[in-house]
Design a protein around this ligand. Sequence first.
Ligand SMILES: *Cc1c(COP(=O)(O)O)cnc(C)c1O
Length: 490
Amino acid sequence: MNFIQTRGCDKNTPLSVTFSQAILSPIASFGGLYVPENLPDLGREFLNKHVNSSYKDLAFDLLNRFEIDIDSYVIKEALDLYDKFDNSENPVPVVKVKENLYISELYHGPTRAFKDMALQPFGVVLSSIAQKKGEHYLILAATSGDTGPAALETFKNRSNVQVACLYPDGGTSDVQRLQMVTEDAKNLKVIGINGVFDDAQNALKRLLASEEFKKALKEKNILLSAANSVNFGRIIFQIIYHIHSYLELVRQKAITMGEKVYLNVPSGNFGNALGAYYAWKMGLPVEKIIISSNENNVLTKLIKTGKYDLRDLHVVSTTSPAMDILKSSNIERVLYDMFGYKRTRELMQNLEEKNFYELTSDELAQLQESFDADFCTGDEGKVYIKKTFQKNGYLMDPHTATCMKSYETCSDPKIKTIAYSTAEWTKFSPVIANALTGEVDAQDIKALASISNEAKLEIPSMIKELFSKEIVQKTVIEKEDIEKEILKFL
Ligand SMILES: *Cc1c(COP(=O)(O)O)cnc(C)c1O
């Protein structure tokens, strides 16, 4: 299958490209994104056939339906990385929290957040394409805390790729920082910046667009790429677990095959939710997709009013930092799917030029047929964390907690909900410790201990070990020096 462009084709790029091309150069004409020409129709047979499949068998068959230009043995090798998850038989457990509410846990991978779901297999795929083409890539990543560790973990010691990962020094949790600065491999460089996440992100965007930087890389025989969440190579792996979670409910006899469910997704850049939308379009029985946000609630407003309005808006720091995003990039793929490339180009141009766009009432009605949304503040989230733990014995992180509010305000309680948990409690422990015990400003190490004690949960070994590991990545620099530092590393 080939991939086409959300804003149409400017004739400088081919009308359609292969999967490999779409993932190596993810930015399409007019600043758009690549989307599959059409989504495979799975039909009920596919679901019936896979009721008792393992995660990997389901994933393999699903990826086959996309007919991508990746050899089967590479896909198998990529999917084998799910064996490293807590339970290799079932990398994504789905747990009943209360009547009609189930949580699909996407955080059982090596870095304890949902980014592993896609980045783990993506690392194998990207490295294999680079090897096959005999090319060497520099992967740039900017992180507020979850993408960085997951990207380093997946590309560590892989052939033909090097990674430079930028993070705001002091802007991540201790666990997130340690996950990065203790990574010891020749092909990885971790760079702390004196600044905030936006500084890291802007530096990344500047370098990706800089002809001068690309020329300097070319002299070293290196090409530039990014592993950000608009890359279709990540999205494709984020369709699988929605289907798996549905089949889990069938296996648990919580639903019968064909019964519709809500999918409730804590959202930032909309990659997870887009995977849900594609799964639905491919034949998964879904009632509606519910988009949960924190105080950065542009998506709630878009889905409620049809207006995407960034005028006078600034990102606010919340207790769910991985969702502190205002330009939610993957929503563009939904616009394209619903309204076509001309309208998508027009809307996205408005957003870029005027920081604003507005859907027509017909368009809004169409959007609302698929999506509903609400947002949850940090304080509300903490109440949900405490209440759900006390009443239902289930401990969730602040990102997952945003789903609890929209579960109450957006769904019909007679219909079952699959909500997605995107991080383990170990990754955002100070907020959770505060919610459970009231203690304030605890360092991660202390917060982990008090949660472990309060909730009788073991701290997983890969988190415990972080605190005694040697710090090997010691670079912390001013943002002006990033380019020089990366070239020195190469
Ligand atoms: C990345 C992330 C999200 C947001 O996912 P999107 O696909 O960007 O919407 C939510 N929670 C956690 C913990 C994350 O790391």
